[in-house]
Write a protein that binds this ligand. Structure first.
Ligand SMILES: C[S@@+](CC[C@H](N)C(=O)[O-])C[C@H]1O[C@@H](n2cnc3c(N)ncnc32)[C@H](O)[C@@H]1O
Length: 306
């Protein structure tokens, strides 16, 4: 089962002393761990928007005692404005995005997220709605497009060599075939000095590409800030530097006011929309990492709407 990451820190960020929250959006409910804690601490209503239909069913089951206070929606968090409008909510008090994938997804072999199981190369968060699978990318994309995603989304230094091997051996249909191909292609010396499996970065890159993950994060941040009411807070947990960079940069821009110097009123001006609550990201304690190693790369950033 999925253990919610940085739970105390999220609660402290979204429910600081003296704040009550009526309406919350959980844009990534997963197993419902964060939502449950927010409901227990007095959040009146939660809009839970989950892209993975299997995860949504688990969240529904885990939160059944709060069924009258949770609105479950099967969709992407990028559509949150549409769903708040459907509920007649004009603004919300808090929004949580706990990005990436859950332990349930990683530990379900047939979803194809993990190289430790042999399964079809799938990796879709939403198998009911999206067609593009990891196998389609591996077997149909051009060598240039593959090198590009392995380099940009996986920061894999042996991208070219791996793509060359894929072109020689494709079609590939299973996670094991791909993991073995990567392990055989990455130079042995490199493999020995690294503590992570050589296929880790390639699997991360494929998952990001299959699910359009970085575009979704870029799209949702301004939408989320727009929906917050003044004093409302947005908390985002990321698990790799590519996502964290996007969140950090967007929060920095949204918290910056630009005033044209005297006599230069024609220069574009910009109001700050949020206050940074976290100047540096909050990271898990050693204790949390020991109890839940999955939390080790988590970073939490929080802003408050002005
Ligand atoms: C790290 S898990 C969340 C775990 C959850 N906070 C908990 O405590 O159980 C991330 C979840 O976000 C979902 N997800 C990923 N991209 C999404 C998107 N664009 N819209 C909605 N849900 C998404 C995944 O399917 C996964 O269930």
């Amino acid at each position: 089962m999925h253990i919610p990451v940085l739970l105390d820190e999220v609660l402290a960020a979204l429910l600081p002393p003296g704040k009550t929250i009526r309406r919350v959006i959980d844009g990534t409910p997963g197993a419902g761990g964060h939502s449950r804690a927010l409901l227990e601490r007095g959040a009146e209503q939660v809009l839970a928007i989950e892209l993975d239909p299997f995860a949504l069913a688990i969240a529904r089951e885990n939160l059944r005692e709060y069924a009258d206070r949770v609105h479950f929606v099967h969709d992407s968090y990028v559509t949150m404005a549409q769903h708040t409008a459907d509920l007649g909510w004009d603004s919300v008090d808090a929004i949580l995005l706990d990005l990436g994938l859950s332990s349930m997804q990683l530990d379900t072999p047939e979803r194809g997220f993990a190289f430790k199981y042999d399964a079809p190369l799938d990796m879709r968060f939403n198998p009911e709605g999206d067609d593009l699978t990891a196998a389609d990318i591996i077997n149909q994309w051009s060598p240039e497009a593959l090198t590009d995603i392995f380099w940009r989304y996986g920061e894999e230094q042996f991208s070219r060599q791996i793509v060359r091997a894929i072109m020689q051996q494709r079609p590939l249909s299973t996670t094991r075939q791909l993991a073995d191909l990567v392990a055989q292609t990455v130079p042995r010396k490199k493999e020995k000095t690294s503590t992570i499996h050589p296929a880790t970065r390639i699997f991360q890159a494929l998952r990001i590409a299959v699910n359009n993950e970085l575009e979704s994060v870029e799209t949702v941040l301004p939408i989320a800030i727009n929906i917050l009411k003044p004093g409302g807070r947005l908390a985002v947990i990321t698990f790799h530097s590519l996502e964290d960079r996007i969140v950090k940069q967007h929060f920095k821009d949204a918290s910056t006011e630009i005033i044209a110097p005297p006599g230069m009123a024609s220069l574009p001006e910009k109001e700050a929309l949020v206050n940074l609550i976290t100047r540096k990201p909050i990271e898990p304690t050693e204790r949390e990492i020991t109890a839940n190693p999955r939390s080790r790369s988590a970073k939490l950033r929080v802003v408050e709407k002005l």
